[in-house]
Ligand binder design. Sequence first.
Ligand code: G1P
Length: 289
Amino acid sequence: MKKVKKAVIPAAGLGTRVLPATKALPKEMLNIVDKPSLQYIVEELVESGITDIVIVTGRNKNSIEDHFDYSFEIEETLKNSKKDELLNKISHISTMANIYYVRQNKPLGLGHAILKAKSFIGDEPFLIALGDDIIYNPEKAVSKQLIEKYEKYGKSVIGCQEVPEEDVSKYGIVEIKQQLDDRTCEINDFVEKPNKEDAPSKMACLGRYLLSPKIFNFLENATAGKGGEIQLTDSILEMLKSGEDVLAYNFDGKRYDIGNKIGLLKANIEFGLRNEETKDELKEYLKTL
Ligand code: G1P
């Protein structure tokens, strides 16, 4: 079995739900306490054993490349002023993984963005981590959990959690075929953003996938689906129909949808309450409101 070493982060979206903050700043660079949200995703992947990451970007995304690059001015200044702790924090950003970039060119959907990573991935199983979904689990990163399930069953795995019925229309929803262990099941359908009347369950894909490279055969032949976009969900379903098993894994972790204002605020408050530097003062402040 091939080890999972590569990952794709699609980051070409326009971030319309958090405008005007995203007018000149990529939504992946929006701050959560003291780091852009994309750094949380990259750190999760690195903690899970990923060494090579391709970020699929678009226009207006140069600050992403700058963030993960070596910063001579900042690092020299910190070195000279002997701020070693901060210096380590900063130099870690540009050294933790090999990061590559490809542009999506046209905003044709998530499936189209993933297809851009085809030659980078080659013939290996790989992870996809969506930047809108930050998942907190200090014991075991969610991508690591998916990798363990892949290593156990040798099949593609979609990271899911149950969502309230009124929210099923926001997500890709799986239909469960049979349970393999207390958190993992085989699926026999995967529907992009169904109405609640048509949803096969409440198990929603929440932004983490570990896929066989066979997915590219289906993405190459994909046509527009929901919303006129090339949907990753549809190609995963085609792969499933071709006889390739796909598992849904009910991951352990707290997920924040930071693609919208309220999710971003919740993430800032909760990560702020976990951060050594800010937690006490923030707690006191919240009590005064
Ligand atoms: C995408 C996927 C959807 C998935 C969701 C997770 O939708 O298409 O299947 O459930 O991410 O956050 P988006 O939120 O980009 O519209």
